[in-house]
Write a protein that binds this ligand. Structure first.
Ligand code: FUB
Length: 313
């Protein structure tokens, strides 16, 4: 969740582009989008949903990269990592995020390392946003044997602060966890902690910073609060004045979508803030055949986020 700025001093910043027609690609099903801006391009890293119609389980083996220079027209650059990128893993290319550091790109992934139910966090590295990417560690960065891990180690989000300190947040179902990362980006630095104040956290954390304030957006499935059916989820968010919290819950930024899962990332691109999320709106889509969508995100003067208006094609 850290942009790489390559804009020369004095360069003309283009006018805010229009949002995409949603879903942004429909030739494959894509999920768990993680946006990253490098220079004049928005990269969206997303898992591919391969579940046949009628299958009520995730079938996910690869992560693809979608690119745009205007947030409206998108190119699929294909699978740039897959479960085979991690020789110690075997299945389940779940949510991921790419974080740049020192000209390299670290791709943090949720992947199944030890059979059903065991999700670990792996990290691959490449020298460009499109890779090629290779396993950066030779084993999981976080696994169930990591002290104080959240059990189901999924949905990593990495944020690098202005002082160069990187933070990893992750977690699903049983709680959210966080730790500092060493400057090599492939080792935890210090204890795994349980951040406080993330009301009804379920999964899919996404961290970023705006005007000196830290934001953590996440999926919540609080029945009667943001959804009436606990199979679905909304995106809540919290803010903090320090990267490990404590967090103050601020409300719902994205209502439920047409898929049961709700997973989103936020990015600033060409002077405009965007939310990138998934739904089930592509032809033939469903809860395990999801598609990435992009919409504008607006902030109020006090730093709170306005509820996203979900647009369709
Ligand atoms: O795509 C598999 C899982 O579904 C992700 O890891 C969760 O965030 C949810 O979107």
């Amino acid at each position: 969740a850290t942009a790489v700025t390559l804009v020369a001093l004095g360069a003309v910043v283009p006018a805010a582009p229009a949002p995409a027609a949603n879903p942004i690609v429909t030739h494959v099903y894509t999920a768990d989008p993680a946006p990253l801006v490098v220079g004049n391009t928005m990269y969206v890293y997303a898992g591919r949903d391969e579940a046949p119609t009628g299958t009520n389980n995730f079938v996910m083996r690869e992560w693809r990269v979608l690119c745009s220079t205007d947030a409206a027209t998108w190119t699929d650059h294909g699978a740039r990592a897959n479960v085979g990128t991690f020789p110690w893993a075997g299945a389940d290319a779940w949510a991921s995020e790419v974080e740049p550091r020192n000209g390299r790109y670290y791709w943090y992934t949720s992947v199944n390392g030890r059979g059903p139910g065991w999700m670990d966090i792996g990290v691959a590295v490449g020298d460009s946003p499109l890779g090629p990417f290779t396993d950066a560690k030779g084993g999981p960065l976080v696994s169930d044997s990591t002290p104080n891990s959240s059990g189901l180690n999924i949905d990593p989000t990495v944020f690098t602060d202005d002082d160069g300190q990187a933070y990893l947040y992750w977690g699903g179902y049983w709680g959210v966890r966080a730790a500092k990362l060493k400057s090599n980006m492939v080792e935890l630095d210090g204890p795994v902690v349980t951040p406080q104040g993330l009301t009804n956290f379920w999964e899919a954390p996404w961290m970023f910073k705006r005007n000196g304030l830290y934001y953590l957006m996440y999926a919540a499935n609080d029945t009667g609060g943001c959804v009436t059916d606990s199979a679905y989820a909304c995106q809540r968010y919290a803010t903090a004045t320090s990267p490990l919290g404590p967090w103050t819950h601020r409300g719902v930024v994205l209502d439920r979508v047409s898929s049961t899962t709700n997973h989103a990332g936020v990015v600033q691109f060409n002077g405009q803030w965007y939310i990138v999320y998934h739904n089930a709106d592509a032809p033939g889509g469903g809860n395990f055949r999801r598609s990435v969508a992009v919409d504008l995100l607006h902030f109020n003067a006090d730093g709170t986020m306005r509820k996203v208006v979900q647009t369709a094609t």
